[in-house]
Design a protein around this ligand. Structure first.
Ligand code: CP
Length: 307
């Protein structure tokens, strides 16, 4: 298999296990490329990609831009905060004006769930969802899967606990879809108020005791409390949240086995994870960031049909 079954990357839900494995295997080749002294290949020469960010980002935005440049694509960047969106221009008008400049692919982050799907119904260019509200963040799940496979050798049968604000997390949903398609067992752990009502329909284990979740898992993926998406108070205080669901060194060292620690970033140090855990030899947080470039190169390369 050398082609994806989808035209766009809107969410992990749309991908088959074969699609995911194709992306991960292709990313392995690109990881080798980006570790060479000459890190650039001509694979996407003559392809123009627009990065449209309607919401803040550090890792995803820079990682996509670097991936595109490593593949020799022409790149334009758009930040809604400094654009004519501020003057009332609609999403469709904004994107159609950008496409009129002969753009082939669109990478979009948007605060509204479903924004990438909506766009795919109205424009011809290929679309990569770089995060849409609390819905999906497919390239984050792919780079997380790549990083777990790299660290543990395989994903099938591994036990992954996703811990924190599951309700507002697009990373959680995309990870659940991705890891289950690859044969992992997934547990979510957090306060009852930060679990979506439909969580049991996703086929995951649900735990509210952090120590039990950590004892069960091979990998703990710690999530940030997404205060920017919380319209009401879901727990009494950050201090109480940290006491019940924060990962610290004492807790990590009390476990009977050495687990792998992940975090998609941005980290709120001292809230969901302490600095000594985030920076410990059990943490693969910066490997995730490194792998993000290779994984995004693979996604863009495969969607462009250059395989
Ligand atoms: N992990 C992630 O999506 O980080 P950014 O919001 O900085 O892109």
């Amino acid at each position: 298999m050398t082609n994806l079954s989808t035209k766009h990357l809107l969410g992990i839900k749309d991908l088959t296990a074969d699609d995911i494995n194709l992306i991960l295997n292709t990313a392995e080749n690109f990881k080798e490329v980006i570790n060479r002294s000459i890190k650039k290949v001509p694979s996407l020469r003559d392809i123009t990609i627009a990065n449209l960010f309607f919401e803040n980002s550090t890792r995803t935005k820079l990682s996509f831009e670097l991936a595109e440049k490593r593949l020799s694509a022409d790149v334009i960047n758009f930040a809604a905060s400094s654009s004519s969106v501020k003057k009332g221009e609609t999403l469709i008008d904004t994107v159609n004006n950008i496409l009129a400049m002969k753009v082939d692919m669109v990478v979009m982050r948007h605060p509204n769930p479903g924004a990438a799907v909506f766009l795919s119904k109205h424009i011809d260019a290929k679309i990569v969802n770089a995060g849409d509200g609390a819905h999906e963040h497919p390239t984050q799940a792919l780079l997380d899967a790549f990083s777990i496979k790299e660290k543990l050798g395989s994903i099938k049968g591994k036990k992954i606990a996703i811990i924190g604000d599951i309700l507002h997390s697009r990373v959680a949903l995309s990870n659940i879809f991705c890891l289950q398609k690859l044969g992992a067992e997934v547990m979510v752990c957090g306060p009852t108020t930060l679990m979506p009502k439909y969580i049991h329909s996703l086929g995951v284990k649900v735990e509210h005791d952090l120590k039990k979740a950590l004892e069960w898992c091979d990998v703990a993926n710690m999530l940030r409390i997404q205060l920017e998406r919380q319209d009401i108070k879901y727990f009494p205080s950050l201090r109480e949240y940290t006491m019940l669901f924060g990962l610290n060194k004492e807790l990590l060292d009390s476990l009977t086995k050495k687990i792998v620690i992940m975090h998609p970033g941005p980290i709120n140090r001292g809230v969901e994870i302490t600095s000594d855990v985030a920076d410990s030899d059990q943490s693969i947080i910066l490997d995730q960031v490194e792998n993000g470039v290779a994984v995004r190169m693979a996604v863009l390369f495969l969607l462009a049909g250059r395989a």
